[in-house]
Design a binder for this molecule. Structure first.
Ligand code: ADP
Ligand code: MG
Length: 239
């Protein structure tokens, strides 16, 4: 018997982690019994430098593989499946925003966004118009010049447009404002939070900046999941 679609509950969780453990050798490990983020929920991942914020985000994105446990995004398992399946779920359901934008510098803003739509499997004929609409909405006018020719602030807007282009279930933002001054950081967070809200996306934002805590109803202290066997941070460790 088929379930009546009208009676199927809307997806409750954007992300679910259960009994996840991950370690970089002996030095550092994360152990997470349970962590869930509801559909559309916004939370800050807080903790000092080297506390495991990026590691947590990368595990959820499937860019790192947990040693055990389960990670589910938009109701689909990210772990224990083939990498190509993880890549597909990431492209379709996850938007990524980093401190440095990881845009393709030679490509235009329009093409950077269109590539994300292509990776998400959106029909090709809609790419150009959708990219244009989104970039216009985010205040980018020069959408056909290489993004390398845009300012840092404009490039960040393009990165936000790219992250929300596929109407993701969740946006993972890793220190998105760390390279900006206070005023631009605040504007940029407004932009990210508004864009997620409009797209109906949950947001998990990692930041070492305690001032960010006031922006979020929920703060996840990553230190509570971490075990560090050696106190000394590695040289060149990411912020
Ligand atoms: P944060 O984002 O909070 O600054 P990270 O998640 O980047 O912290 O790192 C957590 C810990 O794991 C740090 O102690 C860091 O030195 C260590 N670490 C990060 N990446 C690697 C790696 N590729 N190999 C070994 N240790 C790593
Ligand atoms: Mg980090």
């Amino acid at each position: 018997m088929w379930a009546d679609p009208a009676t199927i509950a809307p997806m409750t969780y954007a992300v679910q982690l259960a009994d996840v453990s991950f370690g970089y050798g002996e030095d550092f490990s994360l152990s997470i019994q349970e962590l869930t983020l509801k559909t559309g929920e916004m939370a800050l991942v807080s903790g000092g430098s080297g506390s495991g914020k990026s590691t947590l985000l990368w595990l959820i994105a499937g860019l790192l593989r947990a040693q055990s446990g389960s990670i589910t995004v938009a109701g689909q398992r990210m772990d224990g499946v083939h990498e190509s399946a993880t890549d597909r779920i990431r492209a379709r359901h996850i938007g990524l925003v980093f401190q440095t934008h990881h845009l393709l510098p030679e490509f235009s803003a329009q093409d950077n966004v269109a590539l994300a739509l292509m990776a998400a499997g959106e029909p090709e004929k809609s790419h150009a118009a959708r990219a244009r609409d989104l970039l216009n909405k985010l205040g980018i006018e020069r959408i056909t010049v290489p993004v390398a020719n845009l300012s840092v602030g404009q490039q960040q807007r393009v990165a936000v447009a790219r992250a929300i282009a596929c109407k993701p279930t969740i946006v993972l933002a890793d220190e998105p404002t760390a390279s900006l001054d206070d005023a631009s950081a605040s504007q940029s967070m407004d932009l990210i939070q508004q864009a997620c809200q409009e797209a109906g996306a949950a947001l998990l934002c990692a930041s070492h900046d305690r001032a960010m805590q006031s922006r979020f109803e929920r703060v996840i202290q990553v230190d509570s999941f971490a075990t560090t066997k050696r106190a000394r941070a590695k040289p060149g460790a990411r912020a």
